[in-house]
Ligand binder design. Structure first.
Ligand code: SAH
Length: 397
């Protein structure tokens, strides 16, 4: 059978790998590569099954366990044009689904058919992150940067580097920095709340945009005295301050709390910020008999891999137990989990068991996930990771 991708090197995959693609996934693991003779790291390849049947075009990594990330079921002979089309499609999708915000994710890797590329917009700044050999290749970088630049006309484009990812992909070390323009700080607005943004500081690409819609959803129910645990730069706390009488934000990161405090001033809000280990603080506050009407839990991912799932679930349970103990009847729990390895059903079970243990009953007001600018691609379960449960607390007597 003639190859339909005559200009590209060919990677042959096993029957199991081919089945995975037929099931709609876009990854093939290294263990399912049958041959990849002479394929250079980070290049576009034609993919065939063991009998030579053409399955599509992919980006190849010589280092990652995910050897192949599909980019098209067809033969791609002009990668530059395909990337430009994909960037435009990603921007158009956001025009349809993003409301009330000038900060949102523009490209979410596989979910935008641009595997290995993350791009966020923060008002007039763009921040990008490159996760694979193929996206790091110089011609691809140029296409991405010029595509974003032409369509969004940002003041600057910054690159945020995760050194661990570059190491895993066997890419040379590289520093974070501006790759276009000179402006590195701005002010963004989401749901009418304003935030300072520094392109070269902070965690992730600087903010947790995936919670944007959950901030607004939570603010519809929250009231009274509120505690925002793992508050970072105050995303939830500042939204809660619209309807709550008193808000306290807790985080272990002093730099994050310093920005949180500037954000409060920017919105003319009074919020108390506490630098502490959340586990210790929740235990101390619960022992001291403190009570709240609203508690938000938004910890970092505890389950980084399947191997530590049990430990992670215990961590989530402990947090939920302590929060539920402190919530007054009629109170609101907003409880989040960003570990991909914990499924939505598993997380609901953790929250439910915690409630039973402390004799509370919960009514689910909203069972939510990541904001729509972080699309979940059906059949690619790895694109779905954030859980955000908003629940009404009653006493079980
Ligand atoms: N709710 C935030 C995002 C939270 S990200 C928002 O919407 O923007 C997780 C946060 O947990 C980070 O800010 C990190 O500094 C903090 N953190 C991690 N471990 C912690 C701990 N043991 N105690 C308190 N904060 C912690």
């Amino acid at each position: 059978m003639p190859s339909q991708s005559s200009s590209l090197p060919v990677v042959k995959i096993s029957r199991r790998g081919a089945k995975r693609l037929q099931d709609g996934h876009v990854w093939v693991y290294r263990s399912d590569i049958v041959s990849a003779h002479g394929v250079a790291p980070g290049t576009a390849v034609g993919v065939t099954d063991e009998r030579g049947k053409f399955l599509g075009t992919a980006l190849y990594s010589s280092a990652s366990q995910i050897a192949i990330r599909m980019i098209s079921p067809q033969a791609v002979n002009d990668l530059h044009s395909l990337l430009c089309e994909r960037i435009q499609a990603a921007i158009s999708y956001r025009e349809r689904v993003v409301r009330n915000s000038d900060a949102y994710r523009i490209i979410f890797s596989e979910a935008d058919f641009l595997p290995g590329l993350i791009v966020d917009r923060y008002n007039d700044l763009v921040s990008l992150q490159i996760l694979t050999q193929a996206m790091d290749a110089e011609p691809v970088r140029q296409t991405v940067v010029s595509g974003l630049s032409q369509r969004l006309k940002p003041a600057s484009i910054a690159e945020r580097v995760d050194p661990r990812i570059r190491e895993l992909e066997q890419l040379p070390a590289r520093a974070s920095g501006l790759i276009q323009g000179e402006k590195s700080s701005t002010i963004v607005s989401m749901n009418g709340v304003r935030f300072h943004y520094e392109a070269l500081e902070g965690q992730k690409t600087g903010s947790f945009l995936d919670q944007r819609e959950n901030y607004a959803a939570a603010a519809r129910y929250t009231h009274g005295e509120a505690l925002d645990v793992f508050c970072y730069q105050g995303g939830f706390a500042l939204h809660l301050a619209q309807g709550c009488s008193k808000v306290t934000g807790v985080d272990s990161s002093r730099p994050a709390l310093e920005v949180a405090d500037r954000n409060a001033a920017l919105n003319s809000r009074e919020i108390e910020w506490v630098e502490a280990n959340a586990f210790d603080l929740l235990r101390d506050y619960a022992d001291a008999g403190r009570r709240y009407d609203t508690i938000v839990l938004d910890p970092p991912a505890f389950a980084k891999s399947k191997a530590n799932l049990d430990t992670a679930l215990r961590g989530y349970k402990e947090l939920n137990l302590r929060a539920l103990k402190m919530l007054r009847p009629g109170g609101i729990l907003v409880t989040c989990c960003c570990s991909y390895h914990v499924s939505p059903a598993q997380y609901l079970e953790v929250v439910g068991v915690s409630a039973r243990d402390v004799h509370r009953s919960l009514r689910i007001l909203e069972d939510r996930g990541q904001a729509k600018d972080h699309p979940i691609l059906l059949n690619v379960s790895e694109t779905e990771y954030l859980k955000c449960v908003i629940a009404f607390v009653s006493n079980l007597k």
